[in-house]
Design a protein around this ligand. Structure first.
Ligand SMILES: Nc1ncnc2c1ncn2[C@@H]1O[C@H](COP(=O)(O)OP(=O)(O)OP(=O)(O)O)[C@@H](O)[C@H]1O
Ligand SMILES: [Mg+2]
Length: 226
């Protein structure tokens, strides 16, 4: 099976003035194309750290990560950001939305950088927001939205460029059961149209993964769910 992301001998530490925190040690992982992965583990075990590295958001680590066969360490900043625009959708645990912009503007923004036709971007953004039950707040500034609404805006933004890999850090943590279902129904529908790899840090959702990635004691272990 073709790997879309391959991790070899990954070590990640955070260096603080007083100490160094080792979070991941000698992690090896092959992420197969178009599969669904759940990342699980205790709070503080390193799930978000791993996700940011897999999404090429954090490149400060030792070891090697290959994305679509390309060694991320060998790419310059511009090449990494182009790759992220084209291939990666990322939902941060704390959303990272631009608070003063509207929901719609936040969703549209990554597509503007990708140099696409504005009318079609706007239509897709409106469609995504509508599917997530946000048509009524599309023009509201993000600062005014509830946490659950922000979470859905962040999700729509991650999908705007139809990425081949979508990484989500607890995308349903602020959602009720109905909106969680709506979000995963949308994921199912989009994946049926055009498959993509989905990597989700998750506690409990109804979607069935192909693999579980467990982060524990600085190590990563992959198990098959099927
Ligand atoms: N920027 C940072 N600087 C220093 N330490 C950090 C930083 N980010 C994370 N850490 C530390 O790294 C460890 C792993 O953090 P991480 O956020 O990856 O955990 P997590 O599994 O996502 O936790 P949670 O389930 O609570 O979101 C924690 O001990 C955390 O304190
Ligand atoms: Mg986290």
């Amino acid at each position: 099976m073709e790997s879309v992301i391959e991790v070899r001998g990954l070590n990640k530490s955070y260096k603080l003035p007083s100490e160094t925190i080792d979070v991941l040690k000698d992690v090896n992982l092959a992420v197969e194309k178009d599969r669904i992965y759940f990342i699980k583990g205790l709070s503080g075990s390193g799930k978000s750290t791993l996700l940011r590295i897999l999404g090429a958001i954090d490149t400060d680590y030792s070891g090697e990560i290959f994305f679509d066969g390309k060694n991320i360490k060998k790419l310059n900043k511009r090449e990494i950001s182009l790759m992220r625009q084209k291939m990666i959708g990322f939902v941060f645990q704390d959303f990272h939305l631009l608070g003063k912009l509207s929901a719609l503007e936040n969703v549209v923004l990554p597509a503007l950088f990708a140099d696409r036709h504005y009318k079609s971007i706007r239509e897709r953004a409106q469609w995504l927001l509508g599917r997530l039950g946000l048509e009524g707040v599309a023009s509201h500034s993000v600062n005014k939205l509830s946490r659950g609404e922000k979470q859905r805006v962040a999700f729509a933004r991650a999908l705007i460029n139809s990425p081949s890999v979508v990484l989500c850090d607890e995308p349903t943590a602020s959602l009720d059961e109905k909106n969680t279902q709506i979000l995963f129904d949308l994921v199912g529908e989009l994946r049926a149209e055009k498959p993509f790899t989905l990597i989700v840090v998750v506690h409990a959702v109804k979607l069935k993964p192909d693999y579980i990635v467990r982060v524990q004691d600085k190590k990563v272990e992959v198990t098959c769910e099927v």
